[in-house]
Design a protein around this ligand. Structure first.
Ligand SMILES: [Zn+2]
Length: 242
């Protein structure tokens, strides 16, 4: 993973991003059975391999769960002008030929009306200014960054939301918004690796293509878009029992 720190304001935002990469690596290490467990895994093998290549620079993380993750690579454009990266992340000099091929850029979108928190552009991920609003923590940034990584690996909106929730539920994942629900419907409730069924009028359940339960999306009554989301959910196929 390459962080083009030239675009980042120095200091906290870069630190938070580097911490977020570290969190993703640790989450993957906790959730992915690398050796002993039998398939089918909750995360599909081809997605794991792609995430591995990006986050762990193509090699399996050599450390044990719970210990420091040392193999995340951050490429500094101007290493001499920046604070040392925090935590256990290793900084190396620019080496575009051997570095993994996802680039993270900082994007100041203050001139746009509609301001996303992050987006994917080819093999790049833009992290936007409003992701770093006061109170932002590296968990939230990790969840957003991971969501965009799933898109880069070929996932559509349902895949990205489902795997984000699977890995970051309670620790940074955000509920699908109305645009997301519309995207689920538009793709006929299927992702590349997952599918959604209606469990109740306010709950969709997501399983992987082996039938393994990944997560549920609940529409809270307090949600300002609850009615519109529920209306969309009624069009989803129902869970077939038995
Ligand atoms: Zn998305």
């Amino acid at each position: 993973m390459i962080v083009f720190s030239r675009g980042f304001p120095t200091g906290q935002r870069l630190d938070l991003t580097i911490q977020a990469i570290d969190i993703i690596a640790q989450k993957l290490h906790q959730k992915i059975p690398h050796t002993s467990a039998a398939p089918p895994f909750a995360l599909p093998t081809d997605l794991i391999l792609q995430l591995d290549a990006v986050v762990w620079n193509g090699t399996h993380c050599p450390v044990e769960p719970g210990s420091a993750v040392g193999s995340v690579t951050v490429m500094m454009m101007n290493p001499g002008t920046l604070p040392a990266p925090s935590g256990n992340v290793t900084a190396i000099g620019p080496n575009p030929l051997t570095a993994p091929s996802v680039t993270i850029l900082y994007d100041n979108l203050s001139t746009l009306d509609r301001r996303p928190r992050a987006y994917k552009w080819g093999r790049s991920i833009g992290l936007c200014e409003n992701l770093f609003a006061p109170g932002a923590n590296p968990q939230n940034i990790a969840a957003v960054l991971f969501h965009e990584l799933v898109h880069i690996c070929g996932g559509n909106e349902l895949d990205a939301e489902a795997f984000e929730t699977f890995l970051f539920s309670g620790t940074g994942a955000t509920d699908p918004d109305l645009d997301d629900w519309e995207a689920f419907r538009k793709r006929h409730w299927r992702g590349h690796w997952v599918h959604l069924t209606k469990q109740t009028n306010t709950r969709g359940a997501v399983k992987n293509n082996f039938g393994g339960a990944l997560c549920t999306f609940d529409i809270a009554p307090s949600d300002q878009d609850a009615d519109a989301k529920q209306q969309i959910l009624q069009e989803a196929p129902s869970t077939s029992l038995g």
